[in-house]
Design a protein around this ligand. Structure first.
Ligand SMILES: Cc1ncc(COP(=O)(O)O)c(C=O)c1O
Length: 227
């Protein structure tokens, strides 16, 4: 990026979860703190964008940050058009305060262990017998492989969307298709295998909610019922 003079921006909405996985999986990282690991990737970037609904632990809001003061000034001008003045724009002060707290709390190891543990709990093969999903699971949810699940549905019948709708009809479980529908690319998307994401909101569900989602919906869904 630097050679081509293209600013390098990171989408850091799940940075703390990712740092947790780095700490857990990469040799030599196991004794570093989450902020230290984060610092090593933030140092590489010219800027970041953050949807703080994720690792900012807030209901709404986010930010864009850059080391480039000129760009920051231009972005502030644009902000006035889209959000309001930086001092009293789309995010009220209480939301900014909540974000300041959330950004710190999201680096707590016990919190992260619980958070990533919930994804693993949902994925435990015993809880999802015969359900094809993407391995290994990451830090925020389970990605069901819709085609592996609904092999009787051709691409043009949007198996990902069909599975997502059926999960809701069967168990009231809200998921999202990640494929032709989300990316608006029609049905001819051989490069996009249709997935269905079961993302787990932070600090919302208990183990029994997850057990319900894992056991009730997918396992009860016979492929016959999915149109
Ligand atoms: C990596 C990543 N960036 C950005 C977003 C968008 O966040 P928002 O819904 O706040 O626009 C998402 C949403 O899931 C995401 O996964």
């Amino acid at each position: 990026c630097h050679r081509a003079k293209v600013p390098f921006f990171l989408d850091i909405c799940r940075w703390a979860e990712n740092a947790y996985l780095v700490r857990e999986r990469e040799p030599g990282q196991g004794t570093r703190s989450i902020p230290e690991i984060g610092r090593s990737f933030f140092d590489l970037a010219d800027g970041v964008n953050m949807s703080a609904k994720k690792d900012g632990l807030v209901n709404m809001g986010g930010f864009l940050a850059t080391r480039d003061r000129t760009l920051a000034a231009r972005l502030r001008e644009r902000l006035i058009l889209y959000e309001g003045f930086p001092t009293y724009g789309g995010l009220a002060r209480r939301d900014l305060e909540a974000m300041a707290v959330g950004l710190r709390e999201a680096t707590d190891l016990d919190y992260l262990q619980h958070r990533v543990g919930q994804v693993r709990f949902l994925a435990r093969p015993a809880r999802a017998p015969g359900i094809p999903f993407v391995h290994p699971v990451g830090g925020h949810g389970l990605y069901l492989d819709a085609k592996g699940f609904l092999d009787h549905l051709p691409d043009e019948e949007l198996p990902g969307q069909a599975l997502s709708v059926e999960l809701y009809r069967e168990g009231g479980v809200r998921s999202v298709e990640i494929g032709a529908v989300m990316f608006g690319e029609g049905t001819a998307t051989p490069h996009l295998p249709p997935l269905v994401r079961l993302a787990i909101p932070r600090r919302v569900y208990t183990a029994s909610h997850l057990a319900y989602a894992a056991e009730t919906s997918p396992t009860r869904l016979g492929t016959d019922g999915v149109r």
